[in-house]
Write a protein that binds this ligand. Structure first.
Ligand code: PEP
Ligand code: MN
Length: 332
């Protein structure tokens, strides 16, 4: 159950009430919001006099549910807004990993040429082998901050584990929580306290319920700027890297109020499939896209097979505009 307390309830009082109710507590503007388990179906007696409004929820998809808030939440990153009434489809692109200043400048120049304002690149890479390239770490974050300074882009980069979550929050404009980190509640809770938008990726073994509940950790921590990212789940199929769950995307669009971003690169795993798959996603009317692009994918230090080279990306970018327009959207 979600309980909005009266504005006259002080934060101190709300903290005590939250403890008593075993609830998560956060404040929105001046109002304290308590969230208890969805098995609570009636406002407890001791809360009656403090409650202004309450929402009985069917499952622990609560703050993210359209039953609670019917409109898609608006997420604003500096000059760019998605969700709300915008009909924007946010284009997020850049290399899997930042590898050098030269590489990232080449990518940044392409974004500038196309008028794209959101650059992504990983610095802390969650590799499946400890012997693979692990990313440039803090050095990479500093290079990305420099690029933001020079180009005015929004930077999105990922958190791999608890060792650097604060640093990523400090340097990024959007914090990406990677698929494997989706289950890391330390990271989720830290993101809940952050003032930056979070792009939460679905773990490849997570059900939709688990995925959205992971988002609830961030939302109930007080950070309401969350975007969900479908990036493929593991199925019996091995010809593609993962299986992009577009049925799941329909579910998320219908039942949750969070913007939904589609990562076709990690789902497909091979660059040849990314353009078609991306156009199909745009036709679904999604809130954003995450596409890996690299000046020279053959020598990329991570995810080489799936990254588009910059000309392939340019072609894709041009072609998605018309599809977006056909479904009443605008790529930003
Ligand atoms: C990435 O975005 O480069 C990445 C590692 O993705 P995922 O967490 O979805 O595997
Ligand atoms: Mn990658």
């Amino acid at each position: 159950m979600i309980i909005h307390l009266k504005e006259t309830v002080s934060f101190q009082q709300a903290t005590k009430l939250a403890e008593q109710a075993h609830a998560q507590l956060f404040t929105r503007d001046k109002q304290a919001v308590l969230v208890t388990s969805s098995s609570t179906k009636e406002v407890p007696d001791f809360l009656q006099e403090y409650a202004e409004d309450h929402f009985v929820m069917a499952s622990d998809i609560q703050l993210a549910s359209r039953t609670y808030q019917p409109q898609t939440r608006e997420v604003t990153v500096n000059q760019v807004t998605v969700g709300g009434n915008t009909n924007h489809t946010l284009m997020i692109t850049g290399p899997c990993s930042i590898e050098s200043r030269e590489q990232i400048v080449t990518c940044a120049d392409m974004l500038k040429e196309l008028g794209i304002t959101t650059l992504r690149a990983g610095c802390f890479k969650p590799r499946t082998s400890p012997y693979s390239f692990q990313g440039l770490g803090l050095e990479g974050l500093k290079m990305l901050a420099q690029i933001r300074e020079e180009y005015g882009f929004n930077i999105i980069t990922e958190v791999r584990d608890a060792t650097h979550v604060e640093a990523v929050i400090e340097y990024a404009d959007i914090v990406q929580v990677g698929a494997k980190a989706m289950y890391d509640q330390g990271i989720l809770r830290t993101c809940g306290k952050a003032q930056k938008p979070v792009l939460l990726k679905r773990h490849f073994g997570a059900t939709l319920q688990e995925f959205v509940q992971a988002a609830e950790f961030v939302l109930s921590g007080g950070n309401e700027q969350v975007m969900l990212c479908e990036r493929g789940i593991r199925t019996f199929e091995t010809k593609t890297r993962f299986t992009l769950d577009l049925c799941g995307v329909s579910y998320l669009k219908e039942h949750t109020n969070l913007p939904v971003i589609l990562d076709t690169s990690h789902a497909m795993g091979y660059s040849y499939g990314v353009p078609d798959l991306t156009r199909a996603c745009v036709a679904m009317g999604v809130d954003g896209l995450l596409i890996e692009s690299h000046p020279n994918p053959q020598v990329a230090k991570s995810d080489a097979a799936q990254q588009l080279n910059l000309n392939e990306f340019r072609d894709l970018y041009r072609s998605v505009q018309a599809v977006a327009e056909a479904v009443g959207r605008k790529v930003v």
